[in-house]
Design a protein around this ligand. Structure first.
Ligand SMILES: Cc1cc2nc3c(=O)[nH]c(=O)nc-3n(C[C@H](O)[C@H](O)[C@H](O)COP(=O)(O)OP(=O)(O)OC[C@H]3O[C@@H](n4cnc5c(N)ncnc54)[C@H](O)[C@@H]3O)c2cc1C
Length: 453
């Protein structure tokens, strides 16, 4: 069969009962299946199961358990951790079932659903999920990793809205878990460490419209934008969720003409309320905007707020959370990645807090954090970005109060970074539950929490 070991050859034959496709290295479709949004260093599993339903997932997990194979899971590849070399990859992209219950204000979403699908369907009933900046991100993994949404300062993490979870655990059992179950607590924050989630039931919020969009400023206004946004964000109500990004925009036609070839500041606004225009007046007072799209909009247009790139790419990112954003930190970041800095990278600062700081019955860590700071470098051949990211790490390291699991990508998903995504008592409990539910650490090709000894 052309696969690595006798174990796997025997195993692939056993996977015949699976309804979805099974791919081995070298087979047609193998490369497409293992490669997602993040194209740098994709998974290289010994076998991929393209699951079409929860039974396929359970069969794949039982197969892995019988053959001692580690298991990775992938939907879109937006959050690829350290890549698997060998093992079994369960690809969930075909599991796109979605049902909205407008009366109960809930949605049932299968493991392969992306946020864009849920936003569209919920929007038909004047409802919205706690989706994030990109409609292309997988709704299930995003939610299991916490989920910092466009409305999260008002309604909390996406994980806080979960009503029930269907999951296949390391013993191959399909379980339905609800608040009060220790597995429910652990999956919401501990994600792939505890099993393969086949579907979630989530709560939706009654938001049909919002005041939102982007304010784009030119390079010479960047220091003022950061300073005004920094002080302004500390004063706004929870109904305002905002962020700012600094971006060197390539001079190519895919970008809007006013931005091309400029190093711009992009302030993103999502506000639920009637006085949005008054509230953001201090931001507009900074000066003229290259583009200003902030206005009343349906939630179904919310992807235009961040305008995330839909195209897969290779990138390296460093992310930390801070309890405070002081002027000195902003100055340091401007020196590292602002206009005129020697390295070209994207800086993003998101405002956290509000309802995200409230306790919830799940394992999402670092709820006290007030800002998320990330630096992202596109990986181009022959350009090294490690030195910049080391400097960013050194600059922010002493001030950081931790990490957020959802924003640990690739080389950043080390055990230390994963540990820093939780308060010590949450991490300890997760490690103990890991020992109970997955003692052999079969689910280790992920943002891994090794079992407590
Ligand atoms: C452009 C972009 C925008 C983003 N915006 C936001 C944002 O606004 N807010 C936010 O919080 N995050 C955001 N993220 C981070 C994103 O939420 C995480 O990367 C998330 O893990 C992506 O899920 P995915 O299914 O799309 O990716 P995948 O790479 O397919 O999944 C990531 C990991 O999740 C685990 N996993 C996947 N499916 C399952 C499953 N069914 N059961 C158990 N574990 C599973 C696996 O370990 C997998 O490696 C963004 C990321 C990108 C690249």
């Amino acid at each position: 069969m052309g696969v690595g070991s006798e174990n796997v050859q025997e195993g692939v034959a056993m996977l015949d009962t699976i309804e979805g496709p099974v791919f081995e290295p070298g087979a047609d479709g193998y490369d497409d299946e293992r490669t997602g949004f993040q194209t740098a260093d994709p998974h290289r599993p010994s076998v991929i199961v393209g699951a079409v339903n929860a039974d396929d997932v359970a069969a794949a997990v039982r197969h892995a358990a019988e053959h001692g194979l580690p298991v990775a899971v992938q939907n879109t590849g937006h959050g690829l951790p350290l890549a698997a070399a060998g093992g079994l990859l369960i690809s969930t992209r075909r599991m796109t079932g979605l049902r909205v219950d407008p009366e109960a204000r809930t949605a049932w979403i299968e493991a392969g659903v992306r946020w864009g699908q849920v936003v569209e369907e919920a929007g038909k009933h004047g409802l919205a999920p706690l989706s994030g900046s990109s409609p292309g991100v997988g709704a299930v993994s995003y939610t299991l990793g916490g989920g910092v949404g466009l409305l999260s300062r008002l309604y909390g993490y996406a994980a806080d809205q979960v009503r029930s979870i269907d999951v296949v655990t390391a013993d191959g059992r399909a379980r339905h878990v609800t608040p009060g179950d220790d597995l429910f607590w652990a999956l919401l924050g501990g994600r792939a460490n505890f099993g393969v989630v086949t579907s979630l039931e989530i709560g939706l919020v009654p938001v049909a419209r919002l005041y939102g969009g982007g304010l784009y400023f030119d390079a010479e206004q960047v220091p003022a934008v950061l300073e005004v946004w920094r002080t302004w964000s500390a004063t706004v109500p929870d109904a305002m969720t905002s962020s700012v990004a600094l971006m060197p925009v390539p001079d190519i036609p895919v970008f809007p003409a006013p931005l091309r070839g400029r190093h711009v500041a992009h302030v993103r606004i999502a506000y639920v309320g009637d006085d949005g225009e008054r509230l953001i007046a201090p931001l507009r007072a900074i000066g003229p905007r290259l583009i200003d799209t902030v206005d009343e909009m349906p939630y179904t247009a919310s992807a235009t707020i961040h305008n995330e790139p839909p195209v897969p790419m290779a990138y390296h990112a460093t992310n930390v959370v801070l309890n405070e954003l002081d002027a000195e930190t902003v100055g340091d970041l401007l020196g590292l990645v602002g206009p005129g800095a020697p390295d070209r990278a994207i800086l993003e600062i998101r405002h956290l807090g509000g309802a995200m700081a409230k306790p919830a019955p799940n394992a999402v860590g670092n709820r006290g954090a007030r800002y998320l700071v990330g630096v992202l470098s596109k990986l181009d051949p022959g350009v090294s970005v490690e030195a910049l990211h080391d400097r960013v790490g050194d600059t922010l390291g002493a001030k950081a109060s931790g990490r957020l699991l959802n924003f640990l990508f690739g080389a950043n998903a080390t055990p230390e970074e994963v540990r820093a995504s939780y308060e010590p008592e949450i991490y300890r409990r997760l490690a103990e539950l890991k020992a109970a539910y997955d003692p052999s650490n079969m689910f280790r090709l992920n943002h891994n929490i090794p079992p407590a000894r």
